[in-house]
Design a protein around this ligand. Structure first.
Ligand code: SAM
Length: 249
């Protein structure tokens, strides 16, 4: 029985799995981290094309089944991917996953704390839309700003929910994430920028002035006060955050 609570919607279409692996541009030098190998549909295809796969699976029952069916270049680890320190793993350069949707956001931001060249990840379609959304769109969110700041992100294709079992409520998207070498603009203090972004999107329909005046004084000379955060590009949010940071530190 698939365990709904830990996002067990298994991919059942081999062609989708093959495309997922091809998008990685697998090479014989690659060491690939896979989160949630499940029954191994992606893992087995990947293992044929890369040097090594490190697969982290939380469900020990699945681990037992997988152990006898996977080739020697797959290292299986029975752990929670949110808890394990990736530094304790052999160094990897790429990431692949059909992600359990419950952990989409925290695992994505965890990936971005470690070095890698490319990730190819399957998310729920709506989450993927929020990842790539631009200012002015209804999907534009704190997630869009964080992903834009840290990565080059694009949706590669939409996958029908019929290609998973049990069939989930919504379609999925395959997403490519490439970490940026340098951020697209300079945040004087990254944590402050992320905190301000969170605060502003917590009240996306309010004018910026009305959100900030509860916390900060001396707002007079700041730009964009009569706008709502959903109208501002990440660069403009960065500009506002830098000015606020300078006034207050
Ligand atoms: N890769 C398989 C496939 O494509 O069919 C399974 C994908 S399924 C959407 C997600 C997998 O992640 C399941 O096998 C589930 O047990 C595992 N999983 C869920 N939460 C996890 C976590 N925190 N750490 C590691 N694995 C997790």
């Amino acid at each position: 029985m698939a365990k709904k609570k830990i996002g067990q919607n298994f991919l059942i279409d081999k062609q989708v799995a093959e495309r997922e692996v091809d998008y990685v541009n697998p090479s014989e030098e690659d060491i690939v981290l896979e989160i949630g190998p499940g029954k191994g549909i992606i893992t087995k295809l990947l293992a044929k094309k890369v040097k090594k796969v490190i697969a982290i699976e939380i469900d020990s029952q699945l681990i037992n089944n997988l152990e006898s069916t996977l080739p020697d270049n797959v290292t299986l680890i029975n752990a929670d991917a949110l808890k394990i320190d990736f530094k304790s793993l052999p160094a990897f350069n790429k990431i692949v996953s059909n992600l359990p949707f419950q952990i989409s956001s925290p695992i994505t931001f965890k990936f971005l704390k470690y070095p890698f060249s490319k990730a190819v990840l399957i998310y729920q379609k709506d989450f993927a839309k929020r990842m790539v959304a631009c200012s002015g769109s209804k999907d534009y969110s704190r997630l869009s700003v964080g992903i834009y700041y840290k990565t080059h992100c694009r949706i590669l294709e939409t996958v029908s929910k019929e290609f998973f079992f049990p069939i989930p409520k919504v379609d999925s998207s395959i997403v490519e994430l490439i970490p940026r070498e340098n951020p697209p603009f300079k945040a004087l203090n990254e944590q402050f920028f992320f905190d301000i972004t969170k605060k502003l999107f917590g009240h996306r329909r309010k004018k910026i002035k009305n959100i900030l005046e509860d916390v900060y004084s001396k707002l007079e000379n700041l730009p964009y006060l009569d706008k709502r955060v959903e109208e501002l590009t990440p660069e403009q949010i960065g500009e506002l955050s830098n000015l606020l940071f300078k006034i207050n530190h």
